[in-house]
Write a protein that binds this ligand. Structure first.
Ligand SMILES: C[S@@+](CC[C@H](N)C(=O)[O-])C[C@H]1O[C@@H](n2cnc3c(N)ncnc32)[C@H](O)[C@@H]1O
Length: 244
């Protein structure tokens, strides 16, 4: 199964869980502390936000609740975008969703004061240089790119609960591997090192304002308490860059 059809099938979860997600969206609590700390000053100026790979869209409701004037979500799953649009409409929140394969968002140049992305987004893009150039095109001068993403080391962490272990079938410098969690079904995850991600952002002409590595994962699977998530290892990073 290709990545797009794997995501179309997996996103059906957001349709099936409409009521639960609506309740979560009402809380507007999906943005975590390390996001709010960096986004707070940017959201104070009521930016127009573009969320690339918007998925279930819970973060869009939270971004508007925290100050964004509007959010346009772009995702290649028509199932996910439709579910997110329904939720935003039911809550009366100013979010609009566009179905499109990225990079190459069908939005006008300079339309975004803030491009928000992450939480399992970059791993689906084989060429981050092309992605970063598209982000730079979307941003208005003085606008920001914000990324809160899985750390590129994460594919190496086994989820044993006793001690942290490195998976022997993975390598930090590999280009890709087959996803074995969500959406699975043979979807291919692309790998880029932290240096390659930063180099792509700089290569698109953006100024790096912040980059930090964090021990907390952005998502935990059910009751699992993996040793790799207990603080010794990096599980996420945040990045903020500005278009001059
Ligand atoms: C793990 S989800 C994360 C999205 C969002 N941040 C969230 O928390 O729901 C990844 C999303 O990327 C989308 N996606 C993957 N590859 C894509 C591509 N090339 N173009 C557009 N969307 C893509 C999938 O449909 C999916 O909704």
């Amino acid at each position: 199964m290709g990545n797009r059809s794997a995501w179309e099938a997996a996103s059906q979860k957001y349709v099936n869980e409409h009521e639960e997600l609506l309740d979560q969206a009402r809380d507007s609590s999906s943005l975590v502390a390390c996001e709010l700390e960096l986004l707070g000053p940017l959201l104070a100026s009521t930016p127009n936000v573009v969320h690339l790979q918007s998925g279930h869209g819970l973060d869009d409701i939270a971004l508007v609740a925290a100050g964004a004037r509007s959010v346009v979500g772009v995702d290649f799953s028509s199932v996910a975008t439709k579910a997110a649009q329904r939720r935003a409409d039911e809550l009366g929140v100013h979010c609009r969703y566009v179905v499109a394969e990225l990079p190459g968002a069908p939005l006008r140049d300079g339309c975004a004061d803030l491009v928000y992305t992450g939480k399992g987004a970059l791993i689906w893009l084989p060429d981050l240089n092309v992605w970063a150039a598209d982000v730079a095109r979307l941003l208005t001068s003085g606008g920001h790119l914000f990324v809160h993403e899985a750390h590129p080391m994460v594919p190496l962490w086994a989820w044993d609960e006793d001690v942290p272990r490195i998976r022997p079938d993975r390598g930090y410098f590999e280009r890709s591997h087959v996803n074995d969690t969500f959406p699975a079904n043979g979807a291919v995850e692309w790998q880029a090192t932290l240096a390659e991600i930063i180099t792509a952002v700089l290569g698109a002409g953006l100024e790096l304002r912040h980059v930090a590595e964090h021990p907390e994962p952005f998502y935990r699977w059910g009751d699992l308490d993996a040793a790799a998530w207990r603080g010794q290892l990096p599980n996420t990073f945040t990045l903020l860059a500005r278009k001059p």
